[in-house]
Design a binder for this molecule. Structure first.
Ligand code: AMP
Length: 171
């Protein structure tokens, strides 16, 4: 995982002052490393009979889709309001200032499904927590949350339940 760490680029003050943005595009650009990351995320859940992987807009999609294929699972997507064309469930969550919402098609996951949520970065956990609520709200079992990297100092894992969180890298 040292190679992975070396390919994650820190961008200070993006998208606003004080935030160090973790740019994962160099990982996507490296064929061997991209495959390695997808395999490592999928390997952790191979024994879990995952039926759906849920990707969080938008960088989560980049990893959720290949992980779903690797696990022999279907893919569901969670998007910002107004982007999904059919009937949706919506979850509103708090931001540092104000609130935001995420949506998922009402038939994207359902009772009896075993669901893995995938995103690139776990920060405060507010986003992933809202996605978890969409999943359980549809009656599916939330098996876990998988990330490329976790910003440990923001304690997102505490919010999601540490036993449910798997991250390839800690910062
Ligand atoms: P949070 O809800 O605070 O856990 O934020 C998670 C969402 O924001 C994820 O979808 C991440 O892709 C994105 N995000 C938050 N902080 C960063 C960061 N420092 N670098 C890159 N993406 C971030």
């Amino acid at each position: 995982m040292n190679e992975l760490r070396a390919r994650i680029r820190d961008i200070p003050d993006f998208p606003k002052k004080g935030i160090v943005f973790k740019d994962i595009t160099p990982v996507l650009a490296d064929a061997a490393l991209f495959r390695h990351v997808v395999d490592a995320l999928a390997d952790r859940y191979r024994g879990e009979r995952i039926s759906k992987v849920v990707g969080i807009e938008s960088r989560g999609f980049l990893f959720a889709a290949p992980v779903a294929i690797a696990l022999g699972a279907g893919l569901a997507i969670v998007r910002k309001p107004g982007k999904l064309p059919w009937r949706t469930a919506r979850e509103v969550y708090a931001l540092e200032y104000g609130e935001d919402a995420l949506e998922m098609h009402i038939d994207a996951v359902g009772p009896g499904e075993r669901v893995l949520v995938v995103d690139d970065v776990l920060a405060t956990g507010g986003t992933a927590d809202a996605v978890g609520k969409l999943v359980t709200g549809q009656g599916a079992d939330l098996i876990g949350f998988a990330f490329l990297l976790e910003l440990g100092f923001l304690h997102g894992a505490r919010r999601l339940g540490p036993q449910k969180v798997y991250s390839l890298l800690q910062y």
